[in-house]
Design a protein around this ligand. Structure first.
Ligand SMILES: Cc1ncc(COP(=O)(O)O)c(C=O)c1O
Length: 299
């Protein structure tokens, strides 16, 4: 999804001037309501059957996964690939974090809001993000009117004393800016949405090491349809609460999707190429060039 509010924009396409008697509509419509990261499709097509994975009728029947993670439905193969991916790219510290898998990072935003909201307060906790922010945040925060949390708008305008949750998207959707927290309060809980903290979108200057960091394969490798995201969570209690949220809402996350994601990451992310990319390539701009960069990066 994009960070813009829904809408259609009409733009003139070339040629600008049409003969008076030509009634053809030469305008182009750009849909700003959502984005769909299909730009890596040609790369994955070139991979042929390398990422194929098959399931027998008796595979993955249990609700439970085969791993030993606090997140009891996290497949160990996916856990292994997530750790490898971050260590190869160097964009996040994984070692002292718990991994919680979600049906896209969208579900993890909800889980993190649930886990960070105090349950003993009379008022819902305020949730803020600096404008321009990812357009889904207000809807996700208020959709089920839980009474636990409430959207409070632009973080820069937030002056209320007391606890709050700030969503920090870095690089930001929609403007790509690297961000830091902006509210100057001492009772803030921070959720870092790092969906775009990958080398094809920004320079990776140091591994992120925050209390809650959210990632998604949708933006990292373009498999938005598989709906796999993960949270790196320092605090065990918070990770357990997020896992509980997932348990209550969907009793875990599809194993087929997790195992497919693991296979794609295993085949697609080549250590040698990522390392040489990070060392030698400066961040480029423009869709064509970005595509070349990720193709280079993924091998
Ligand atoms: C900043 C940001 N976070 C989260 C998401 C949701 O990603 P997912 O497909 O993992 O739910 C998006 C999608 O556009 C996004 O832009």
């Amino acid at each position: 999804m994009s960070g813009t509010d829904g809408g259609l924009v009409k733009c003139s396409s070339f040629p600008c001037a049409t003969p008076e008697n030509d009634t053809r509509d030469t305008s182009t419509t750009i849909v700003l309501d959502h984005g769909d990261p299909t730009m890596y499709e040609s790369y994955w097509r070139k991979m042929g059957n390398k990422c194929d994975i098959t399931f027998s009728g008796d595979d993955s029947l249990s609700y439970f996964a085969n791993g030993k993670s606090l997140c009891w439905f996290l497949e160990s193969k996916l856990e292994e690939q997530i750790k490898r991916l971050h260590s190869v790219v160097g964009n996040a510290i994984v070692d002292d974090h718990n991994i919680v898998v979600g049906t896209g990072s969208s579900q993890l935003v909800q889980a993190a809001l649930y886990a960070l909201s105090p349950s003993d307060q009379l008022e819902p906790i305020s949730v803020v993000s600096a404008t321009p922010f990812y357009s889904a945040y207000p809807v996700v925060t208020d959709f089920v009117r839980s009474g636990l949390h409430k959207w409070a708008g632009d973080a820069r305008a937030f002056e209320k004393y007391g606890p709050y949750i700030e969503l920090i998207t870095s690089p930001n959707n929609p403007d790509g800016i690297i961000r830091e927290p902006v509210v100057n309060g001492d009772q803030g809980k921070l959720i870092y949405d790092l969906a775009y903290y990958w080398p094809q979108y920004t320079a990776i200057t140091s591994p992120a090491n925050h209390d809650i960091m959210l990632f998604t394969i949708s933006k990292c490798i373009g498999h938005a349809g598989s709906r796999i995201g993960w949270a790196l969570v320092k605090d065990k209690e918070v990770a357990m609460k997020m896992t509980k949220f997932m348990e209550i809402s969907t009793i875990g996350v599809s194993k087929e999707a997790q195992l497919r994601a693991a296979k794609i990451l295993e085949v697609g992310v080549k250590k040698r190429i990522v390392k040489s990319f990070l060392k030698n390539t400066r961040f480029k701009q423009g869709v064509e060039e970005d595509l070349e960069v990720i193709q280079e990066m993924l091998g």
